[in-house]
Design a protein around this ligand. Structure first.
Ligand SMILES: [Zn+2]
Length: 250
């Protein structure tokens, strides 16, 4: 009798553990849907997003969207910068880019490099210096923006760029932003002075992305169907480029 109850107890414990595990996995999966992590949605039809055209922010093109909370904080940063530097450009040049959009960039660059580089892995690495594989861009999340210029030279040599970058580094953290692609990382994208990320939301996205890559990488890789995906070391590249970001952004 004693033996049987011990066995029952053990069985009960195991069921409890399994339930817990299942619940935590389900809870994790429900926090941010995979479609949102991979940018496979239409930000224009999403209630959490707002059109930057309806705000005071300066933009270089119409039709860009961002998550509402990130937008509110960016507006505060913009106002503060304007107070100190009324004549230095602070312009949003990129915001949310969904999978379809990123796919068109990837496809164009892939086709342009194909005649020059025959090795698919080399083509991917070349594009990945500055552009993401569709499904792996932080711009999918609605938390990340590019400011004023996407050229490092601008921030390093142009007097206006130097002032802007210094201000961004000193002040953006106050509004919740971190520089995802800073100097000194081992791997991933080249440094990007212009790319800033709204951490309170983006850190949740990367945590979830990381957890999936660690436990069920196929969930992600099998959805990525861009040109060349089957000819490159996809899982390895996804891990390197999504996860190698500034520690301040985790
Ligand atoms: Zn960017």
């Amino acid at each position: 009798m004693k033996k049987r109850s011990a066995k029952l107890k053990k069985k009960f414990k195991l069921t409890q553990m399994l339930t817990l595990l299942l619940c935590s996995t389900t809870a994790m999966a429900q926090t941010i849907p995979l479609t949102k992590l991979l940018g496979q949605f239409d930000e224009k039809k999403d209630d959490n997003f707002i059109s930057l055209d309806s705000t005071v922010l300066e933009v270089n093109k119409k039709g860009m969207y961002l998550q509402k909370e990130a937008t509110q904080q960016l507006i505060k940063a913009y106002h503060d910068f304007r107070k100190s530097y009324p004549n230095i450009p602070f312009i949003v040049v990129s915001a949310t880019r969904n999978y379809m959009y990123q796919n068109s960039i990837w496809q164009r660059k892939w086709n342009a490099l194909l005649p020059k580089l025959s090795d698919p892995q080399k083509i991917a690495k070349e594009i990945l210096q500055y552009s993401s594989m569709p499904g792996t861009s932080r711009h999918h999340w609605g938390t990340d923006i590019d400011i004023t210029s996407v050229s490092s030279e601008y921030f390093q040599y142009d007097p206006k760029g130097i002032i802007l970058y210094k201000w961004l580094q000193e002040n953006m953290p106050k509004y919740g932003f971190c520089q995802a692609f800073n100097e000194g990382r081992k791997g991933g994208y080249q440094p990007e002075e212009w790319h800033w990320s709204y951490k309170p939301i983006a850190s949740q996205y990367i945590a979830e992305y990381k957890a999936i890559l660690e436990h069920y990488p196929n969930t992600i890789t099998q959805v990525l169907d861009f040109i060349g995906h089957d000819k490159i070391e996809l899982e390895k590249l996804v891990k390197e480029y999504v996860l190698t970001v500034n520690n301040d952004c985790y």
